[in-house]
Each structure stands twice: as structure tokens, then as C-alpha cells.
Design a protein around this ligand. Structure first.
Ligand code: SAM
Length: 449
């Protein structure tokens, strides 16, 4: 059977989709190749959120076509994911070496498409149609894949696909389609299976997880479908920690805030995308909340979980963003005191309303604002991480550190990475460490007794 290499761009949802496709192919007898240089099938799972991500994937495919195809003409090359969905046949027109283009609702059919190519039944395949039920097709896991040192202790579970939010900057509703949620029973069964395989921490994934089940599952006792799902997953014996990403600020009703107090397995950490601190720009982005409401959510979360780890997404240079608007973003970052933030320069995306709005911000100004807000985020992050020194923290040890495999890496409940000198007996353990030092968005620790 052939071997496959999948390279993933973009978000955790893409990582999860790639893992499921890889697991589906392994179940059919494929092996996983360590790199594109030796694989029989090379798939790039793409992201369209910003132009840079698309250009990276196209550049990578050009290099693979030039290097790999030249030496091994039978290698099958394919694009999957968001850019495959939005560009379809145009990718093959532009890069004739590409054999396969798999859209976001067709991931689970990748093995069938490869069969058709290998058997010669079809030469080139572009499949980007909508498919009912595809939200339930991302469920296979590779339980002893990438990290060979131990079975994984953390697992990611896709609870829904698509997005109905239609933020004016965002391409996701067009590439991922309408929101479609899996059934709660199906999700809980997948989580149980992971826990049976040794997983101790589960992250529930979706473009906007807080919208889970909105159309299909009625609120019960004032609890949204998403909070009901958290409660159902919380019941799983042997599961120690629950996380989710990413929520929408609109989803932080009293029920979700309260869940942080009532569900001990729900980790006190939240990635709550703010995007901007300016009410004028929030409105133009079609975000559906105000700056005051956002900061109220931050206060409410800190009231129930004072040490909660908070991160966010910020876009600088949205069309029409003035110095005053940008100053509001800086002051929001300052008021919210995020532990970390993902900062993006606004990237016009085709067919989104913001791409044709007047007063597009010049690149040089986006660059300046990005550097300015990065400085602020780094300064706050440094201080917040330094505050942890001298404290104890419970970590779940995930495996060797990526940069220095002699060290182990774990995560605190508030989602901060801790590196420490440990041994094989620590792998997969929940343990308490003394925090001895803080680096840039990393903590260093010593096993405590
Ligand atoms: N759940 C998130 C939310 O509340 O909007 C959406 C996840 S989105 C795929 C990830 C992040 O990419 C967004 O939060 C946003 O900051 C950034 N992003 C999306 N479109 C962008 C664009 N056109 N330019 C720059 N950044 C963008």
C-alpha cells in the first residue's frame, strides 16, 4: 500500500481534519510517511483565513511539484481544506501537477478518491460539493501516532462544522459552509473512546463552539446546547480536563460563565476573540458585541475563576481603522490583561464585504500597528508569566519539548506551557510542579516532591 504525508496549515480544526484523514487512510492500509520526500501521496491541508496562508501552501506545492515529482513522477499531489474549497478547479489550472482537490465537506472521501486515481479510473479529481452529514465524518484518531514516546494524553474532538456568523472580514462561512452540529451522543461516544485509550484532556473544537446545537437542541434550565454538551462530557469517568476553542464572545451567557464555577474538569482558560477594542470597528466587522460587553465578560470570568488564562485574537488595520480606533484596541488589551494574543494584520479576502469597503489601511500602517500592539501584548504576557514564579501548578505532561527533547512539556490548567527535567515515568501524568522561572510565554518548573 502507498504511504501518505499530510502537511497542515492554519487552525486546530485543520489539524484535527488532517489527523482524521490520516487515520482513515491508515485504516485502509496506507502508512504515514515522515516527509514529502519519500511519500507516495502528498496532501496539503490548506487555510484561507489570510492571503499569506494561501500563498505559503501554493509555494509549497510548487516546490514539491518541482522537486518530488521530477524524481518520482507517480507521486499523487493533492490540496484539501479551505483553499481547496474556495479555489477548486482553478488550483489545477494554475498547478497542473496537482491531481486531487478535496473540499471541506469531502475529507472523509479522500481514500476513495485516491483509489480512483491509483486504479486509473480518474486522472484528476476536484470534489468540493456540499455533503449532508459530513460534520459527523471527522471522528477517527491516531492514538499512537506522532508522539512515539507515549500514547497521547490530549485529544481534540470536532463538535461541529461551518459558521453562520458572517463577520465582514472572514472567509470561513464561504469555505466551511453553514453551521452543522454533530449529535451530543456521537460526540460523547468519541470522547469516551479517547478516554478509554488513555486520553486525560479533551479539547472540543469548532469555528464557533458556543453556537453548538443552536438550531437542533433546545435550551434546558437556562443552559445552552453547548453548556449541556460540556456537562455531558464532564460526566465521563477518567477524563480529567476539558477545554474548548474557539468560542464567540456572544456565547458567554451566564450559563457558560457559571459552568467555569460548577464543572471542576473545565479548565480555567479561555480563548475569547476580541478582534478590536473600537465599537465603531466592531460594528463594521459585524461582531455583535460592544467593547463594554467584552470587558464585562472578562470581569465575569475572572470573578468565577480569578486565575483564568485568557487569550484573544486581534486584527489591526481593518478598513477605516483610525488612530483613535487603534488606541481603543491598545487600551482594551491593557484593560483585559491577556496572557497572550494572536495578532493579525487585516487581509482582504475575496467575496467578503470588508474587502471592498472604503479606506483600506496601507500595509506600512498595518505593520506599525501590529508591532505596537505586539509590544503591549509581550509586556503584559511577560509580567503575567513572571507572576507565576514561586507558585505551584498542576500540569498534564504531554511529551518531550519540541525544541529540546531532553526536557518534558506539560500544560497548566490555565493553559501555560511548563518545561521541566523529567523522566519517562512522568509522561502522561498529572503532577504538581514548582514554577522556578518564566521565559517568553513559557514557564520552567521542578517536580514538587
Ligand atoms: N471563532 C473565531 C471568532 O470568534 O471570530 C473565528 C476563528 S478565525 C478562523 C481565526 C482568526 O483569524 C479570527 O479570530 C481573526 O482574528 C483572524 N482572521 C479571520 N479573517 C481574517 C482576515 N481577513 N484578516 C486577518 N485576520 C483574520
Amino acid at each position: 500500500m502507498p504511504s501518505v504525508f499530510i502537511k497542515t496549515y492554519g487552525c486546530q480544526m485543520n489539524e484535527r481534519d488532517s489527523e482524521a484523514v490520516a487515520a482513515q487512510l491508515v485504516a485502509k492500509g496506507y502508512s504515514l510517511a515522515p516527509s514529502e520526500a519519500v511519500a507516495d501521496v502528498v496532501l496539503l491541508n490548506t487555510c484561507s483565513v489570510r492571503d499569506m496562508a494561501e500563498q505559503k501552501a501554493i509555494g509549497k506545492m510548487q516546490n514539491i511539484a518541482a522537486d518530488v515529482r521530477r524524481h518520482r513522477p507517480d507521486v499523487v499531489l493533492g490540496f484539501m481544506g479551505c483553499m481547496a474549497q474556495s479555489r477548486g478547479q482553478r488550483l489545477i489550472d494554475q498547478l497542473p501537477d496537482v491531481d486531487l482537490v478535496v473540499g471541506t465537506q469531502k475529507f472523509h472521501r479522500t481514500a476513495d478518491y485516491l483509489d480512483e486515481i491509483f486504479s486509473g479510473r480518474r486522472e484528476k479529481i476536484v470534489e468540493t460539493g456540499a455533503e449532508q452529514g459530513s460534520e459527523g465524518a471527522i471522528k477517527e484518531h491516531i492514538l499512537n501516532g506522532a508522539r512515539q514516546h507515549a500514547a497521547p494524553v490530549t485529544g481534540f474532538v470536532s463538535i461541529m462544522q461551518g459558521c453562520n456568523q458572517y463577520c465582514t472580514f472572514c472567509i470561513v462561512p464561504y469555505t466551511r459552509g453553514e453551521e452543522r452540529s454533530r449529535t451530543m451522543a456521537d460526540i460523547v461516544a468519541e470522547c469516551r473512546e479517547l478516554v478509554r485509550g488513555g486520553v486525560k484532556e479533551i479539547t472540543l473544537l469548532g469555528q464557533i463552539v458556543t453556537s453548538y446545537g443552536k438550531r437542533d437542541i433546545p435550551a434546558r434550565d437556562g443552559k445552552s446546547a453547548f453548556v449541556q454538551l460540556l456537562e455531558a462530557v464532564h460526566e465521563i469517568e477518567g477524563l480529567e480536563r476539558i477545554r474548548f476553542t474557539s468560542p464567540h464572545p456572544k456565547g458567554y451567557g451566564a450559563d457558560l460563565v457559571e459552568a467555569y464555577a460548577l464543572l471542576p474538569k473545565l479548565c480555567p482558560s479561555a480563548h475569547v476573540p476580541a478582534q478590536t477594542g473600537s465599537d465603531r470597528i466592531l460594528k463594521a466587522m459585524h461582531r455583535g458585541y460592544t467593547r463594554a460587553r467584552y470587558l464585562e465578560i472578562v470581569r465575569q470570568l475572572r470573578r468565577v475563576q480569578p486565575a483564568i488564562g485568557l487569550t484573544t485574537d486581534i486584527i489591526v488595520g481593518f478598513p477605516g481603522e483610525t488612530e483613535e480606533d487603534f488606541a481603543e484596541t491598545l487600551s482594551l488589551v491593557d484593560e483585559a490583561q491577556f496572557d497572550n494574543a494572536y495578532l493579525f494584520k487585516y487581509s482582504p479576502r475575496r467575496d467578503t464585504p470588508a474587502a471592498t469597503m472604503p479606506d483600506q489601511v496601507p500595509d506600512a500602517l498595518k505593520e506599525q500597528r501590529h508591532a505596537r500592539v505586539l509590544e503591549e501584548v509581550n509586556a503584559i504576557g511577560l509580567r503575567r508569566y513572571a507572576e507565576q514564579v514561586g507558585r505551584k501548578a498542576e500540569i498534564l505532561v504531554e511529551g518531550p519539548s519540541k525544541k529540546n527533547p531532553a526536557r518534558l512539556m506539560g500544560r497548566t490548567r490555565c493553559n501555560k506551557i511548563v518545561l521541566f527535567d523529567g523522566g519517562p515515568r512522568h509522561l502522561g501524568q498529572l503532577m504538581v510542579v514548582n514554577i522556578t522561572r518564566a521565559g517568553s510565554f513559557t514557564l520552567y518548573g521542578d517536580p514538587a516532591g
